[in-house]
Design a protein around this ligand. Sequence first.
Ligand code: C5P
Length: 317
Amino acid sequence: MLTLFSNAKINLYLEIIGSRPDGFHELVMVMQSVALADRITLRPIKAPNISIECDHPLVPTDSTNLAYKAVSLLQKRFPNRTNQRGGVEIKIEKKIPVGAGLAGGSSNAAAALFGLDVLWDLGLTRVELQELGAELGSDVPFCLVGGCAIATGRGEAIDSIPNPPKLHTVLAKYTSLSVSTPWAYKTYRQQFDHTYKPLNELASLEERRSRLHSGPMVKAIGSHDTVAIGTHLSNDLEKVVLPAHPKVMQLKEVVQTIAAQHNGIGTMMSGSGPTVFALIETAEQAQAISNAVRQTIDDPDLQIYTAEFTSRGISHH
Ligand code: C5P
């Protein structure tokens, strides 16, 4: 049996560049793991079955669960191991909100891949694990690596950024409000495809990728310039998700105002949302912002978490 913790991520930067031949969007992102984790327990069983147990009612426990898909992918890829070792029971204890833009499902899949590699002695390299992860979802490769990274392509091509500052976050999300990632990208395409770069301008894609590598956000992270990190927070998906969900727009305004009163670094929506996060220097400030948001928005549907940056996607404890 193996127990792992799979961390959530936030996007410090998310830029949509254009359409890819595979139907996905070409992205440039900066992602950061935060210490808000689901607990994943993998128990090998004799029968070649996969079973999922989860304490959150909205997480599917059938073959559509990303952790199920991760095990199924390894069973197909390694039929001899499956014959020898059989199947796996997976227990998921959810802390990361669902449908939140925090890569909760992707991080569970990453933990299942990582864990089964250990339990089945597969000896997969980091690159092999990331390639398998990319078949499951665009964010899975990042969740395997964790820390702070530039993600390009569909989001699956990861370049780690060493030694980022250890900041703290306040994360706020309405429990009953989830955003579908395919909806967010589809809506963005409908409204903004006139801004997309044509596919034959691959050089310019490369140029933009390298601009990000040497760009202001990555520089700000490298030099621990928290003011510049705050200035360069950006997420193109806010342009479609915030207008469609006025409650999230208001939540962002409240969090932004309160964070600013506590020397906040910046406030942004993560991924396809609807989680809004504020960045701050200390755990005490994060708690103070969390308390003040809670006092301002007296709604039991609002979930608020504090979590610090962490250098890992998956951890044993
Ligand atoms: O890869 P993942 O399964 O997380 O993607 C979910 C959906 O988000 C895709 O089906 C696609 O509609 C959209 N997406 C995209 N471009 C990306 C990543 C995701 O259009 N780079």
